[in-house]
Write a protein of this length. Structure first.
Lengths: 1051, 493
């Protein structure tokens, strides 16, 4: 080798001597920071004469007299051709490849250029996520990718966002996409077992992300077969780039605070309204104003006890670089967040090391390794799925607790009525609240600590030109320890004299992928690529727990402390699953005009029964690149359109996520009866269970104008899902465990239109203004459920809130119809629905409710006769779809000189939210109410208001007992997601300190919401990542607004 | 190039071959559960299933707590202080609808227990040869377990009929229960109509009668085993209750006589030596195995009824309970002059102040955590069942009065005993006896059944009006979840 190189060098030198006629020199600098760019190739156009720039970006080259043009090129930067003219010094400023359509897009098991992608793929650059102050990168995807909705449920730190790619694609299984980080499908969801949610995607340091690709249609996703139906999100971490060693340090700090908190009754309003309610019920006053020892009126805003301004700061340091044979990236990150709810915190430490090394022409090896430790704590917030009505739920305590009692008594003690385990009454005669939030925050905890390692090691073997074999072995290991402690004196711990729970869960996965990739161009015009691969993935869950009660001494606050009573521990986890797959893909194009792509995957999954273990999935697409047609190039349009492609794809992919690992089996569980071992039937399986299948069809048009200055993409898609696995309700009299069986019975479709624009509005040497906008229309409809199952109910812990039935969108909000408050009597008006048993005809009649009457006389017809009680089962109707019809985002980035500015909006229109919190805020028991109740309740005949005459104990008129129409509101919103302002400093002074640039910025995240919704935020999900119960706002804490300041340093 | 070629091809071959070497991982066996295919393969598993059936009955939604609670709080004996929709408020206020939690949850818990019984019975028969020839069980054990299963099923259907069907006396041809007698494992058979009330009672008695000869007699002093598992005496006692609801006085006498001697002091002539104990409170104290406890649900610190399920949570004062249901001082029983102030049952109460008012709570359940055994049937009830039948069949005779005295005098040792002359006629005797039952079994889940088998209205209490027999609220509705999935089921009229 060395000999050849030497000879070549000698030969070139000889050539120079022979042909040299003049010498040109200059410096190549980066448009980003003005620094010299080493390694840039400088070639005389039309010859093989060339050189590269040195470490400081300087070059010199002897060119023949005939030379007209120099070509400057560097991977990732826009190639420039410069006319030489008469110059001898040519300085060049190179900028990153402005033609985004030539960017590399990551696809399943490979990469393509954007211009060649025939499937529907949205790309989000890591750069655009880097400074957004969120705990997990998935939260930052809001509004950035067409077809993707990201709902952050609330401000509880680490609460996983609800992500839907082109809508809800499952009912009983999961609708969440598959996430792949550097080739390894990773754990997702809320993996915590206590009130502190843990999102395993939070283990990825957002600063480490190079790009995120969202694969949407069948063509793009089919290569992932049985896990593709909900879309695939591929996260690629950064690699070192050739050039000088890149050292960056990003730091930010910020403050977050709750916004749009409810305006609650103050002490005077509370006493007046509640006593009025008692008077209306024929009862004596029970509430009185109280004064503290200094004679000040006690008027407590419990929001102040529950919420705070949280401080957060984060730091990320990275070193990366590359030589021609090796590239590396090392990073460390630290972040510490205090949330807006007291005691809610999340601390993350992360490390990453990525390395690729080319050993020789044939073999290269590489590894990615990321380790993360997270320690987080949350009180019981009542804001994660299934905890909405928790008595300790912080979101709820903030608004139900009465303002007329203090947090602390005059003597400094907590104001708690210990024997009755509730907030202390003072001289009041009726309860004033449930648990005391301050005590619960101070004494109880729910924390989680996770250790996560995600790593891959791969080898590439170039068998012959164009044929590459790759073997990659990856692991995802997660250890999670969760701890809960409840103090014995008050709160959840009181009943059992103090309680402690410890959980230890281990999730382990390995994934081994082998692929053969072949690329070849035939007859100069036929470009052909093929991929063949096998993949195996094995996952193991192993979790156990302990529970003890009867704290021996209040000194102890850990499970390991001293307790008197052992308790049956919560359920253990011990489970495993395995996927084995073969897959293949071919792409071909003729002359970059006609493209065809097809992929196929066969998956085997251990959770299905013997006869159904395997499934076949496929996808195919066609694309016509009109811009490369001769006739088009020559036409006048050819000058306007820099890109014009028509695309269509179809395919069939599957979904099995969220289905139990042993769903096909009939199982007996173990327990005890009076201490004797017992065994009982606790799982009815289904031997016929199969994959859910999703038949996707897409057509799209991508075009760009004026040299890619304006890029547009419009896609129509239709996704028919059959064989939906439903937990089909069984008649409870059959006694089947859980009263459901998983069966492939339902079907549903999502159809929609996605439109996105990326526009470079202004580009001058000083000013750059870009806009990205996406608009989505989505229609979801359930088309069949099981025989004899007219609908599926969705339950928000204690409350039946949604119904899914044929002909309507999934999870339609279901409740009884109301018609305001009768101005004459102040009673809530309901509608009763009676079905004629013979004709089936439905009659709808007005019913008035008066809680002050004896039980049998509360419901009154218009004619004064008594009615049966109004009930969800008999009188419920569809009150609106919680799935937005229209949604999207708008981002504007502006840079002017050293200043940069960004403004990001997200919006969703055409959907409803059930404001269950409002029902609680108007409840006429002892609960505190919103101020509007005190201000607007019905008092005299003729009053027109939506708040009925208050009657003590009335939990029906305002919706506490069932979903009512007046609490179902339009959710339409436009949210100012972020506003940022930055200033970049580059000067000699910094350069002397080896700092090439400093960017200082400030940003507001969740700045403002434009909405008519009266709750805290229409972007909410009280039930977490749910399919059957979306759009529910019940006792949940609000969202946080974060103001942050940061700095990006590049050395 | 050639020399490089060999290496990758080798890698490729190894990888592709190795890539299909983990096929066994496609058939994992769960390690924390037992497959239905092997549930009858060992002696321990079969015995485990017997325990599993009892444990299903002990579920906090059923006999471990809520069944007892609901049957008591339907009556006028209690007030409701917490106004909590998840702790029986709607049952107490007779405001249930098909979708109310208690209506749906109790139904599901009882039928789940029934299905486990049916699975066990079918499995036992299907594997009979293997079980007997393989010496997994002796024939006697085989029979006994089958008997226990049948007796449990009879009990479950009786309990269901108490809440979800109208009283037998009102109309035996009326809508009874859905009689599920086969094991259910698949998606088939959702639809099944309700049998009549008469058919339901026939099935209950058939199960008890089939069970009785198979069950052990037991002997000597009561033990944990005889209290917590079905015996011949248990079934006789339960049948006396079923026949009482049917007003089949001959049969009540026949069944009760199996465990009640002819004359006082009343004891069981054979089998477990049941009898009346002197100290009333001792029945409700550890070890809960007095001569009076015929069948109870055992509780231990690791087998608790669950949050808001424990009987004590409802009926006991804080801090054992939650001050949910205090005694209604103006109830029929509590305001009765026939209920002396020093009656042991009246004395067994505690007080708590709630919202400025002092309330009395019953104190039969005294443990925290809720480890008190929950009585399902007690000897005192059998005596009173027998007394009622005697009086109805033979008039107010000496035995009927002696039986009443056995219960009344135990709680009032200083009182004057009743004589046959104390009662004008059988009606007067039964009226007094009903009051006695109310005093004796407060908090034991008998009250609703006693009201209904007389077709009496539920008396008014607090803000809740009386509920006449004609009211839709007189019995529970069939749950919405059943109506939704079973198109042959009919709602109660």
């Amino acid at each position: 080798m060395r000999k050849i190189t030497l000879m070549l060098a000698c030969f070139l030198m000889t050539m120079q001597v022979v042909f040299a006629q003049r010498m040109i020199s200059g410096t190549v600098t980066s448009a980003d920071d003005g620094s010299g760019l080493p390694g840039v190739t400088v070639v005389v156009k039309g010859t093989t004469l060339g050189t590269t720039t040195d470490m400081s970006g300087k070059y010199q080259i002897d060119v023949p007299a005939t030379a007209r043009t120099l070509v400057f090129s560097f991977i990732g930067l826009k190639t420039q051709e410069i006319e030489i003219g008469g110059r001898t010094v040519i300085n060049v400023v190179m900028s990153t490849d402005a033609t985004a359509l030539d960017e590399i897009v990551v696809v399943g098991y490979g990469v393509q250029t954007k211009r060649e992608v025939s499937g529907a793929i949205a790309t989000v650059k890591g750069e655009s996520l880097r400074t957004i102050p969120v705990q997990t990168f998935d939260q930052a995807l809001q509004g950035k990718a067409a077809g993707v909705t990201v709902t952050v449920p609330n401000a509880v730190l680490g609460n996983p966002p609800v992500i839907r790619v082109r809508g809800f694609n499952s009912i009983s299984a999961s609708s969440s996409p598959l996430y792949i980080i550097d080739g390894v499908p990773v754990f997702t969801g809320d993996i915590s077992r206590n009130a502190n949610p843990v999102n395993p995607l939070g283990d990825i340091n957002p600063s480490d992300i190079e790009s995120i690709e969202v694969l949407k249609d069948a063509s793009a996703t089919a290569i992932y077969g049985s896990r593709a139906a909900n879309g695939v999100i591929i996260i690629t971490t950064k690699r070192g780039k050739q050039g000088k060693v890149n050292v960056t340090y990003d730091a930010s700090m910020g403050y977050s605070s709750p916004y749009r908190l409810y305006d609650l009754m103050n002490a005077e309003q509370y006493v007046a309204t509640k006593n009025k309610a008692r008077e209306n019920a024929g009862l004596a006053p029970a509430y009185f104003l109280n004064y503290d020892k200094d004679g000040n009126l006690i008027d407590t805003d419990w929001n102040d006890v529950v919420y705070r301004t949280g401080f957060q700061h984060s730091h990320a340091l990275s070193v990366s670089g590359a030589t021609p044979s090796t590239n590396y990236m090392f990073s460390a990150g630290y972040s510490n967040n205090d949330g807006i709810i007291r005691t809610n915190s999340l601390e993350r430490k992360s490390y990453r090391f990525n390395l690729d090394h080319k050993i020789n022409k044939v073999l290269s090896l590489g590894a990615n390794a990321g380790y993360t430790n997270i320690f987080a704590n949350a009180p019981q917030t009542g804001s994660i799925a299934g905890a909405n009505f928790a008595t300790a739920g912080a979101g709820r305590l903030a608004f139900v607790t009465s303002p007329i009692v203090p947090v602390f008594l005059d003597n400094g003690d907590y104001n708690i009525d210990y024997p009755n385990n509730r907030v202390g009454l003072l001289n009041n005669l009726q309860p004033v609240g449930f648990f005391h939030p301050q005590f619960v925050f101070d004494k109880n905890y729910n924390n989680s600590q996770s250790d996560r390692f995600i790593g891959t090691f791969y080898g590439n073997v170039t068998i012959m030109e164009g044929l590459i074999f790759r073997s990659s072995y990856g692991i995802d290991y997660n250890q999670l320890e969760s701890k809960t402690f409840w103090h014995p004196q008050h709160g959840d711990g009181r009943t059992n004299g103090g309680e402690a729970y410890n959980y230890f869960d281990r999730r382990r996965r390995w994934n081994w992928t082998n692929t053969l990739n072949y690329n070849k161009t035939f007859a100069e015009k036929v470009n052909f690529a093929a991929l063949l691969g096998t993949e195996e993935q094995y996952t193991q869950f192993d979790g156990w727990s302990g529970r003890r009660s009867g704290l021996a001494d209040p000194f102890f606050t850990d499970y390991q402390g001293s307790f008197t009573t052992p308790q049956q521990p919560p359920a253990a986890l011990l489970s495993e699953n395995f996927f084995t797959s073969v897959f293949g893909r071919v792409n071909a194009n003729f002359d970059r005009r006609y493209y065809v792509e097809a992929s196929l995957r066969r998956d085997g999954f251990s959770g299905l029964s013997k006869n159904n273990k395997y499934g076949n999935f496929y996808g195919a697409s066609l694309m016509w690149n009109i811009t490369n047609e001769g006739f088009f190039k020559e036409s006048s349009l050819g000058n306007i359109f820099s890109d014009l492609r028509l695309k269509a794809s179809t395919g069939r992919v599957g979904n099995i996520s969220g289905v139990s690992d042993f769903a096909s089996l009939f199982l007996y569980g173990a327990g005890t009866y009076n201490g004797n071992a017992s065994l009982f039937f606790n799982q009815a399986g289904n031997e016929d269970l199969q994959w859910e299948t999703s038949n996707k069809f897409d057509v799209g048009l991508a075009f760009a104008l004026f040299n890619d200055k304006y890029q547009f993409e419009i896609n129509y898609f239709n996704n028919n899902i059959d064989g939906l696995i439903l937990n089909v309700p069984q008649s409870p009299s059959k006694g089947i465990p859980g009263n459901t069986l998983p069966m492939n019975v339902g079907s549903m479709f999502n159809t929609g239109i996605e439109f996105s624009v990326t526009s470079t509005n202004i580009r001058t040497s000083k000013l750059l203004w870009t806009t990205t906008f996406n608009f989505n229309y989505l229609k979801n409809e359930v088309t069949s459920l099981a025989d004899g199952v007219p609908f599926l109910v969705g339950v928000t812990q204690l409350e039946t809130t949604n119904r899914s039935f044929v002909g309507q969108p999934l999870g339609t909000i279901w409740g009884v119809e109301t018609d305001g408050v009768d101005p004459a009597t102040g009673r809530r008006i309901f509608y009763r629905r009676d079905v004629n048993p013979t004709t089936g005809e439905v009659t709808r009649s007005k019913v008035y409710f008066d809680f002050s009457k004896p039980a049998a006389q509360r419901w009154q017809n218009e004619d004064g006769t008594f009615s049966r009680p109004i009930d969800i089962a008999n009188d419920g109707v569809a009150l609106g779809s919680p799935i937005p019809k229209f949604f999207g985002g708008l981002d504007n980035n502006l840079s002017f000189g050293n200043f940069d500015f960004n403004l990001g909006l997200t919006y969703a229109l055409g959907f409803y939210v059930y404001n269950g919190s409002k029902a609680g805020l108007r409840d006429q028991r002892n609960w505190n109410n919103s101020a509007e109740v005190a201000e607007k309740y019905w008092q005299n005949p003729g009053d027109v208001t939506d708040i009925p005459k208050p009657i003590w104990g009335d939990n029906i008129s305002n919706g506490s007992s069932m979903v009512q129409q007046q609490n179902v509101e339009k959710g339409d919103f436009v949210k100012v997601r972020n506003i940022g302002l930055g200033y970049t400093v580059k000067n000699d002074f910094l350069r002397k300190a080896s700092i090439s640039s400093v960017r200082l910025y400030t940003q507001i995240f969740n700045a403002y919401v434009f909405t008519g919704y009266t709750g805290a935020d229409p972007e909410i999900s009280s039930n977490g990542d749910t399919n059957l119960t979306p759009g529910i706002d019940r006792n949940t804490v609000p969202q946080a607004r974060t103001i942050s300041f940061g700095m990006n340093l590049v050395f | 190039m050639k020399k490089y070629m060999k290496f990758p091809i080798l890698v490729l071959l190894v990888a592709l071959v190795f890539g299909s070497c983990h096929k066994e991982l496609l058939d994992p066996v769960p390690r924390t559960a037992i497959s239905d295919l092997t549930a009858f393969e060992t002696r321990d598993r079969i015995i485990g299933q017997v325990n599993g059936m009892y444990a299903s009955f002990k579920n906090g939604q059923y006999l471990g707590g809520r069944y007892i609670v609901y049957n008591d709080i339907r009556s006028d004996d209690y007030l409701n202080l917490q106004q909590n929709g998840v702790t029986g408020l709607l049952t107490w206020g007779h405001n249930l609808t098909p979708s109310t939690n208690e209506v749906q949850n109790l139904w599901a818990a009882v039928y789940a227990a029934v299905n486990r019984v049916n699975l066990f019975l079918e499995g036992l028969e299907a594997n009979k040869d293997k079980i007997i020839s393989g010496n997994l069980l002796t024939q006697a054990e085989f029979d006994q377990f089958k008997g226990e299963a049948l007796a449990l099923r009879g009990l479950a259907y009786f309990h269901l009929a108490q809440l979800y069907a109208r009283p037998y006396k009102q109309n035996p041809a009326g809508l009874g229960m859905i009689l599920r007698l086969k094991a259910m494992k698949s998606g088939a058979d959702n639809a099944q109509a309700r049998a009549t009330i008469a058919e339901t009672y026939t099935q209950i008695l058939k199960d008890f009668n089939d069970a009785e000869p198979l069950l052990p007699l037991g002997s000597g002093a009561n033990t944990v085993a005889t209290v917590t598992l079905m015996h011949k005496g248990t079934v006789a006692a339960l049948k006396s209750r079923v026949y009482l609801h049917m007003e089949n006085w001959d049969k009540v006498i026949e069944e009760a006589n199996k465990i009640v001697s002819a004359a006082a002091p009343f004891t069981a002539p054979t089998g477990v030596s049941y009898g009346i104990v002197e100290n009333f409170e001792s029945i409700f104290k550890p070890p809960y195995t007095t001569a009076e406890s015929i069948f109870s649900m055992p509780m231990t610190a690791t087998e608790l009824p669950g949050t808001q399920n424990g009987v004590a949570h409802y009926f006991s004062a804080s801090t054992i309970g939650n001050n949910e249901y205090p005694i209604n001082a103006s109830s029929v029983v509590w305001s009765s002059t026939a209920f002396p102030a020093d009656d042991a049952r009246r004395v067994l109460t505690s007080t708590a102040t709630v919202g400025g008012t002092e309330y009395k709570f019953i104190k039969k359940y005294q443990s925290f955590p809720h480890t008190d055994y929950i009585p399902v049937i007690r000897y005192a009830e059998v005596l009173l069942n027998l007394a009622e039948a005697e009086a109805r069949k033979n008039g107010v005779n000496a035995r009927a009065v002696a039986l009443l005295n056995a219960v009344f005098m135990r709680a009032n040792p200083a009182a004057t005993a009743f004589t046959t002359g104390s009662f004008a006629n059988a009606d007067a005797f039964v009226d007094r006896l009903m009051l006695e039952r109310n005093m004796e079994f407060l908090g034991e889940g008998l009250r609703s059944g006693d009201v209904q088998r007389k077709l009496a209205p539920f008396a008014a209490k607090g803000t809740v009006g009386a509920v006449p027999v004609t009211s839709i609220a007189y019995v529970w509705p069939i749950p919405q979840s059943e109506l939704n999935t079973n198109n042959l089921v009919q709602e109660n009229p």
